[in-house]
Design a protein around this ligand. Structure first.
Ligand SMILES: *Cc1c(COP(=O)(O)O)cnc(C)c1O
Length: 394
């Protein structure tokens, strides 16, 4: 008999009832150090007092009004996002996949309005993840996500990750946009080198193509800058955000330049819940905290501590771990072919530490950006225990 909750997830037998900072607690007294933060969602930890304050203050006033009316919180948060980024304008969504949908629509409409109706192709890269809506799975093209769901939205061109020649060959007068995660999350914490992001920007400029960065996972302070692309010194035309931007409250956003957004005129897009007052209250508070340069400095210091300790952990378990990769608080530990990342994550549960598996046999660490130093140290101790306990094949 089918479970009453549609069984699309293989859930771990863990049942958390409270969160406090970087800790998750169970009713039977279990304490788990959370180095996953809901897959980079709880950017400021669990039960953050500032976010609770912002949410409850708004909850006592007004939950929802339609986008038929003014929502001052949208103006406030959009101004903050625009003032601190490449963007001129923002649309608020509720999730990453909704941000992908708008990014795709925006890119096509831009070219359509210029009379380039044939420019509909969007180039994506193997290992990418942009969400689970029909458009976002078509963008990925990965067999495990698309099989059985056809016909898929046409127009996506899937290229191998990091293959420059394939990219140059694929670009044509039909290319509307290139869509890429500056650091792949689900794909196994694979960083696109700064040089390549620059190269993509040049290629797009040369051919009149829009560049879309999916920063749903790597954005919002995760890599130690507000947006991951800032490290490379290049900006996109369109940026997708979600996950950490709401600090645990459902919120997403699409940021764009005035030119890229020019086709999205009255009536071309909408959302019932997008930009609702509760999400705006929490999102504004998250932005106030994360966009503060002193906060980002602290993230980088903490990230350095975590990275250094992880390198030590990897060195002391050569049968289990190969290398550390990623940047800031978005780190991946590549496992050897003698263990599976899923087994390491499960051993972590037994040792009281939460991590997240990713493709390419990688264990992901995406802790709260404000994780305490003591918690970093405790996390490494627990990961050390997990690595000692994991099943290693000969
Ligand atoms: C999680 C994720 C998405 C999808 O976000 P949802 O909120 O689950 O729809 C899109 N892109 C990236 C890079 C992600 O990590």
């Amino acid at each position: 008999m089918i479970p009453s909750v549609l069984p699309t997830y293989a859930r771990a037998k863990l049942n958390f009832s409270r969160g406090e900072g970087s800790w998750l607690l169970t009713d039977d007294g279990g304490r788990y150090l959370d180095l996953g933060a809901g897959i980079a969602v709880n950017a400021l930890g669990h039960a953050n007092p500032d976010l609770i304050g912002a949410l409850t203050a708004q909850a006592n006033k007004l939950w929802h009004v339609s986008n038929l009316y003014e929502i001052p919180g949208q103006q406030k948060l959009a101004d903050k996002l625009v003032n601190t980024s490449f963007a001129d304008t923002v649309f608020f969504t509720n999730s990453g996949t909704e941000s992908a949908e708008l990014a795709i629509k925006m890119a096509r409409k831009y070219h359509y309005d210029r009379g380039d109706e044939d420019r509909i192709e969007i180039i994506t890269f193997s290992g990418c993840f942009h969400g689970r809506s029909t458009g976002a799975i078509a963008a990925s093209g990965a067999e495990k996500m698309v099989k059985g769901f056809g016909p898929l939205m046409p127009g996506f061109v899937h290229l191998p990750f990091g293959d420059h020649d394939a990219l140059t060959a694929a670009v044509s007068d039909k290319t509307a946009a290139i869509l890429i995660e500056p650091v792949q999350g689900e794909g196994g914490i694979r960083t696109v080198p700064d040089q390549c992001l620059k190269g993509l920007r040049d290629l797009c400029d040369e051919h009149g193509i829009l560049l879309i960065f999916d920063e749903v996972q790597c954005g919002m302070g995760r890599t130690g800058k507000l947006w991951a692309h800032e490290w490379a010194g290049v900006s996109p035309d369109i940026l997708m955000s979600a996950k950490g931007i709401g600090g645990g409250f459902p919120l997403g956003a699409v940021l764009a330049t005035e030119a890229a957004a020019s086709g999205m005129t009255l009536g071309t897009h909408g959302s019932t819940y997008g930009g609702n007052p509760l999400a705006m209250a929490v999102g504004s508070k998250v932005m106030d905290i994360v966009a503060d340069p002193a906060f980002l400095d602290a993230v980088n210091v903490k990230a350095g501590r975590l990275r250094q300790k992880l390198e030590g952990l990897v060195a002391s378990h050569p049968d289990v771990f190969e290398t550390v990769r990623g940047s800031g608080m978005m780190l991946g530990v590549k496992c050897t072919d003698k263990v599976s990342a899923a087994d390491v994550v499960a051993a972590g549960y037994s040792a009281g530490v939460i991590t997240v598996p990713a493709a390419d046999n990688v264990v992901r660490l995406l802790p709260a950006l404000n994780i305490k130093d003591d918690d970093i140290d405790e996390g490494i101790t627990r990961l050390d225990e997990a690595a000692g306990a994991v099943k290693v094949t000969a």
